[in-house]
Write a protein that binds this ligand. Structure first.
Ligand code: NAG
Ligand code: NAG
Ligand code: NAG
Length: 213
């Protein structure tokens, strides 16, 4: 087998994984951050196999679900509140977020805190936009795009919102990283990524609660 055929075979496997796991019976509303940091959470695109680790933040935000949902998806607004993802590059035809967002939209995140003191970037693809789910939660998600069809690193970041009553929205935000050729590079970053997720959650809560709707 030539050197070029092997990655192609891998790509074929990886391309079809989403279809295989699509019917994965996860009730997203019932997920919580794992109490053991060695446990992982499944994602909509990649499911629960070959998980390396999950970073996770869960907190209650005193604001209507729609406000939290829209703030998470207003990528143009990130510079106003998000100290982790401090800027997002969008396709040129996307002029107003969250209105112009679409599933499969490519984005470049500019991030701080992953590899301090440097800023880093990552290419991401919007995968789920599900505001009003019949089961009573909302789910948005994006996945990392390694430019190698997932051979290097698969990772996905779901945001799950549940109305817990009393004007409070439970926010569960996590990213699960899966086995790939870049695993050894990403694994040492787990602590920084966890801290960055906690910071992002705290930033979101402060911003949404401080913003009159
Ligand atoms: C969020 O609020 C709900 C309802 O009051 C409560 O059961 C839950 O423990 C809270 N979760 C967190 C992370 O504070
Ligand atoms: C922008 O382009 C993408 C891909 O070509 C398309 O799916 C999307 O609908 C476009 N959005 C707008 C607001 O024109
Ligand atoms: C990281 O980006 C922020 C915001 O653009 C900028 O203020 C800062 O100087 C950058 N840091 C480095 C090390 O480039």
């Amino acid at each position: 087998m030539s050197l070029f055929k092997l990655p192609a075979a891998w790509r074929a496997v990886i391309c079809c994984l989403p279809a295989l796991v699509h019917g994965y019976p996860t009730n997203w509303a019932f997920l919580h951050c794992p109490s053991n940091s060695l446990d992982g959470l499944p994602t909509p695109t990649y499911g629960s196999d070959q998980i390396v680790f999950t970073v996770c933040v869960e907190l209650n935000i005193s604001a209507p679900l729609i406000d939290v949902y829209n703030t998470i998806l207003d990528f143009q607004g990130y510079p106003s509140w998000n100290t982790f993802v401090f800027a997002v590059d969008l396709p040129s035809n996307v002029t107003t977020t969250p209105m112009d967002n679409y599933v499969s939209m490519p984005m470049t995140f500019h991030t701080a805190g992953v590899l301090p003191p440097f800023n880093t970037t990552s290419n991401e693809v919007l995968t789920v936009l599900d505001y009003a789910n019949a089961a009573g939660y909302s789910l948005s998600a994006w996945r990392y795009d390694d430019g190698l069809g997932g051979v290097g690193m698969r990772a996905e970041h779901p945001n799950i919102l549940v109305d817990v009553g009393g004007g409070v929205t439970r926010y569960l935000s996590f990213e699960t990283y899966y086995v790939g050729t870049e695993t050894a590079v990403v694994l040492p970053l787990k602590g920084n990524l966890q801290t960055a997720f906690e910071k992002q959650g705290a930033d979101l809560k402060a911003y949404v609660e401080g913003t009159p709707s």
